[in-house]
Design a protein around this ligand. Sequence first.
Ligand SMILES: [Zn+2]
Length: 482
Amino acid sequence: MKKILLTASLCATLFALHAQKSTTNITALKEEAIKDIDGKYQDYKNISLQIWNFAEVGYKEQKSSALLKQTLQNNGFTVEAGVAGIPTAFVASFGSGKPVIAILAEYDALPGLSQQAVPEKKPVAGIDAGHGCGHHLFGTASVAAGIELKKMIEAKKINGTIRVYGCPAEEGGSGKVYMVRAGLFNDVDAVVHWHPEEANRVTMTSALANKSAKFRFYGISAHASASPEKGRSALDAVEAMNNMVNMMREHIPQETRIHYVITQGGKAPNVIPDFAEVYYYVRHPKREFAVSIFDRVVKAANGAAMGTETKADYEIIGGTHDLLINRTLGEVMQQNLQKVGGIVYTPAEMEFGKKIQSTFNYQAPPINKAAGIEPLKTVIDAGGGSTDVGDVSYVVPTVGMEAATWIPGTAAHSWQAVACGGTETGTKGMMVAAKTMALTAIDLFTDPVLINKAKEEFKKSRGDYQYKALLGDRKPALNYRD
Ligand SMILES: [Zn+2]
């Protein structure tokens, strides 16, 4: 009896020692990752600024994608390019076996947001697009984290496979949806991502499901004054459709968001337009509502065509799911974000920041907000925007964060965001993200219990829903920015 007790207590001691040793190891690995990534500050700054200068819009990110692929290849990754039928998409991989941890990278810019790295509105001559969503930082930080994890796998400090997913056209192009649809995430155990912002926080807010389409109307041209009775206006159809949709707003759930722009409405007032096009987004916190309300918008298009004696058709442009939050992974990422810490600006950056804040037409938060980390707060069924990360979150447990790459108070998709992204205030936020993602991945690589717990939570929140892309079986809309 005594012998058994002794053995049991010896076991307990050994177990405790082992646990202590592995915690020490993980702490050491994390310190190493922070040091390594910090050591490459200049390299990553240069890469991100090159992509900032390329400012390539969705599906046209040839140079940006090539630079990230090359960087990964130079660091020993195997890169599969042109995945899911998208020339600028890629999957870079290193290592073998389980777990498979994926990091998402984005790199598309936004049209009409050209801006220099100065605290006043000043476009770059001859350039239209700008990185108003900071995706140049997004892509670079994800590559940086990937390279660090690769180094650890190579040194046999961790085991498994690290992948960096090069995801084009996040801004309206639904790039990741095609990658999910192609099954590229099927063997992935967990996904880590981030997004540039004006504060440091783990993203525990869901996103709006979004279905978008271009509605096209075909009428008959005629002289608008001499023979109007011979013509049928495609622009009238667009206006009739918009009127109906605007009336519909009273009869849909109030969390719905519908917005449109008229992308073509004719060229001269004296020519009845025989072609017109309107581009719609329909969003709702719940996927099934976004889809059913979209179907009602299609009815308005058909009704408008009937009443104006024109013809209508439409092309689905994008479709993204809402975002499944994973609290298990969120808590782990929060600890890592706290360990990495926020951003301290130099006096010159403070000066820059104050100038940026003076251009807001609203009250700016304190500039030192960037130094702090926000507490973990889960918000379900909300979220101002949409993201194709939503689709990823429906097939793999997914966790994300935001880092203060923009002076606090800066709105995404603004010239101020582009300006910040072109300075070291952007670089500093990017480094916070790179380190936090690497640390979170270290936890995932070293703790199978964590992955299992995350998967359990994921299964619970997804329920028995079988993933189906909202954009159906259409091919990637490679020319949606034309
Ligand atoms: Zn974005």
